[in-house]
Design a protein around this ligand. Sequence first.
Ligand SMILES: Nc1ncnc2c1ncn2[C@@H]1O[C@H](COP(=O)(O)OP(=O)(O)OP(=O)(O)O)[C@@H](O)[C@H]1O
Ligand code: SF4
Ligand SMILES: [Mg+2]
Length: 341
Amino acid sequence: MSGPLLKVENLTKHYPLGTGFLKKTVPVIRAVEDVSFSVEAGETLCIVGESGCGKSTVARLLMRLVEPTGGRVLIDGTDIAGLKKDALRAWRRRMQMVFQDPYSSLNPRLTAERIITEPVENFERLSRKQRHALAADLLRKVGMWPEMMHRLPSELSGGQRQRLGIARALSLNPSLIIADEAVSALDVSVQAQILNLLLDLQQQMGIAFVFISHDLGVVEHIAHRVAVMYLGRIVELAPCEALFAKPVHPYTEALIAAAPVPDPTHLRLEATVEGEVPSPINPPTGCAFHPRCPLAVELCRTDVPPLVSTADGRLAACHMRAPATDIAAHLEHSLTGGQVS
Ligand SMILES: Nc1ncnc2c1ncn2[C@@H]1O[C@H](COP(=O)(O)OP(=O)(O)OP(=O)(O)O)[C@@H](O)[C@H]1O
Ligand code: SF4
Ligand SMILES: [Mg+2]
């Protein structure tokens, strides 16, 4: 099939704040605002950004755990909103999710064997022998001993629990795994092992990943492309190497500059950008980054910068660094005070 595996078009999610009783308009939290991207088969797209920028909401929208306020999600060209029962079940086999906290996402009363085989048993009945064989195979794939299939989650280490969550996600042979902060709760050395496991599985099985993280060290290690989110919007989307070598958007630049110099024994690089993240209930007008941006001009306070292609093939939303043609003319006009030279 030609075209991307996953295509997201103008995805938007607003959460109403309260009931708005006696009020004409209900205030909303603008969690995700007009987000578009695509993911090719076998590709890793990382989504980064500060806490509250909408990363997990995008993941929930992709998995149809919440309904969008606007926009659509297409798998192999099919809009998932229009899927009926059987097609929806078939689609669910193709997309799986791995969560941040494996302990709370695994049933504590089930053995590893049951946890791993449960997704398959939702589709087909397995004999005892088949269940055993499947669990053993998947445990080996994620670097665990088959004997561990009899253990409960509480009898495993944090890293082993996350491997179990990955084995469960692999059980239906998915085309795409959405991993939301999948290694954030783990020790640094275990983080590196799990990341390398994901890279190996991708090579062996051609799985695509949407990998969500606020940790730039992790992102640089595994991403093919990176989408940077700020207050619900994608502000830059670029191949990983290009993004880290030469960020275009001032927010990406600030995130990378704020990350400490990497220590090869320590993968975790948590970036903090100066200034407060504004409220998603009442975001700043124009470019939402303008109150924190050293390059801001008047246009930034009034007009939302569109996400445009730059000469080197990335997308960026910045009036100064990636001006759209007509906006460039407007900017020139306002910078020269309307004088024609
Ligand atoms: N169910 C909900 N109801 C109301 N608001 C929500 C809901 N879920 C998320 N939000 C709000 O939407 C915004 C985006 O939240 P989200 O969880 O997507 O952020 P995030 O980027 O994943 O943050 P973190 O890095 O802390 O996990 C936040 O302001 C959050 O408070
Ligand atoms: S549009 Fe303006 S405020 Fe926004 S990042 Fe670019 S220069 Fe800064
Ligand atoms: Mg989150």
